[in-house]
Design a protein around this ligand. Structure first.
Ligand code: HGY
Ligand code: MN
Ligand code: MN
Length: 408
């Protein structure tokens, strides 16, 4: 059984956590910013120090390859993402990449050769916060999103993704066509309360929710806040407010696991004494049941329409992302469970409400995930935390899962 080097793992985690560190102890490391570049550069140096063959693909995904005894055998893929939310935590994505790095370092230190090669990856723009949509690097790698479309995406300041890749030196020329993969496992924080509530140190993740993202623009007419009678107004803000509160109430009409979120909101002209003529907002709808997500999208659209009826405004609703729910591979899930049992770690099987790159990889290879607990289920904020003992337990289960898959 492999045992990772806790000190080395911790040192790595603290070193990477300084890159894009916020004063409140989180990370601000948006995709393809200078902070993301510094984390990538550190990762490339660490892979090179292990003697791995490092490759950057056309969407900036960073791969490292550790050869196996049988170089022609399909590799096991490990890794996650180093980009973060703007006020994100240190564990989301980063813990998965560093658990994968520590796995390779442990294999090297123990002189363990595996039958199969092992490929490690840092995916581009997993968070989808700067460039929509999320899990972009893995979506392009698996052919779900077109490379040119992805390169032409722009952020809120109109900066083009392809230009940013070039600016930070990660506009790789390695083809994004997926290579043959034996299996893939991603370690990630749960970002929910289940493991902590149930007292389990590891989650065997069997699937991921379906997700729909909408961008909504409501148009009205700006006018004076004083003399304009209420019944003549075409107030984009009032219509948006109605729609947003109706969207917030949708899950109760749908299913126990359905969730809806309006995370982005903008109003124009944004002046205290002017009736807004334009309101734009995002909608994020999720459930493990694809029919529920379909119904959620339809209901959101009808609530937006009804709000516009009431306020004499008009709306454009654009569906910018839609992924069905994912069911991971039962054999790979069982390999994770077996490693947890061997390590004597309490675990449970669950599905993920958060999207992960493993979702897209599961479209091209047998895939599963390992979760470690999130304190208070907190995430996507600077207080995101996982107890170090849980990080170590998860990383050990991960290393032994990878070892068993790499010798299949
Ligand atoms: O949106 C998600 O679930 C992930 O954090 N990208
Ligand atoms: Mn993540
Ligand atoms: Mn995230």
């Amino acid at each position: 059984m492999l045992t990772i080097d806790e000190g080395r793992f911790r040192e790595s985690f603290e070193t990477y956590s300084e890159i894009g560190a916020t004063d409140a102890g989180g990370l601000d490391r948006l995709a393809l910013t200078d902070e993301d570049k510094r984390a990538r550069d550190r990762f490339v140096d660490d892979l090179a120090a292990l003697g791995l063959d490092v490759r950057i693909d056309e969407i900036g995904n960073v791969f490292g390859r550790r050869e196996g005894i049988d170089p022609d055998a399909a590799p096991v893929l490990i890794g996650s993402h180093l980009d973060s939310q703007p006020s994100g935590g240190r564990f989301d994505g980063q813990l998965g990449v560093l658990s994968a790095l520590e796995t390779l370092r442990t294999l090297e230190a123990e002189g363990v050769e595996t039958k199969r090669p092992i490929e490690i990856v840092d995916w581009t723009n997993e968070e989808g916060s700067r460039f929509q949509h999320a899990m972009l690097g893995s979506a392009v790698f698996t052919g779900e999103t077109d490379l040119e479309t992805a390169l032409d995406l722009t952020d809120d300041d109109g900066v083009r993704l392809g230009d940013e890749l070039e600016r930070i030196g990660y506009d790789g020329d390695y083809s994004v066509d997926p290579f043959d993969i034996h299996s893939h496992v991603e370690l990630h924080i749960e970002q929910g309360p289940k493991l902590e509530t149930h007292g389990n140190a590891v989650g065997v993740v069997e699937g991921v929710y379906g997700i729909a993202w909408l961008n909504v623009t409501i148009r009205g007419e700006s006018d004076h806040a004083g003399p304009t009678p209420m019944h003549t107004r075409r107030d984009a803000m009032a219509a948006a407010a109605d729609a947003v509160s109706a969207i917030g109430a949708l899950p109760n009409r749908l299913s126990a696991d359905a969730v809806s979120t309006v995370g982005e909101f903008d109003v124009e002209p944004n002046s205290i004494n002017v009736i807004p003529n334009r309101a734009t907002f995002s909608v994020d709808l999720r459930s493990y049941d694809d029919d529920v997500v379909d119904r959620a999208v339809a209901l959101a659209e009808s609530e937006i329409e009804a709000a516009c009826e009431r306020h004499g405004t008009t709306a454009d609703v654009e569906e910018v992302w839609r992924i069905p729910h994912t069911e991971f591979d039962s054999d790979v899930c069982d390999a994770v469970a077996a490693a947890a049992e061997t390590a004597g770690v309490d675990y449970e099987r669950l599905v993920s409400g958060a999207g992960h790159d493993a979702k897209y990889v599961s479209d091209v290879a047998p895939t599963a995930m390992i979760f470690v607990p999130s304190v208070d289920g907190q995430t996507h904020n600077e207080s995101e935390f996982t107890a170090w003992a849980d990080c170590v337990a998860g990383a050990n289960v991960y290393a032994n899962t990878v070892l068993s898959l790499a010798n299949e």
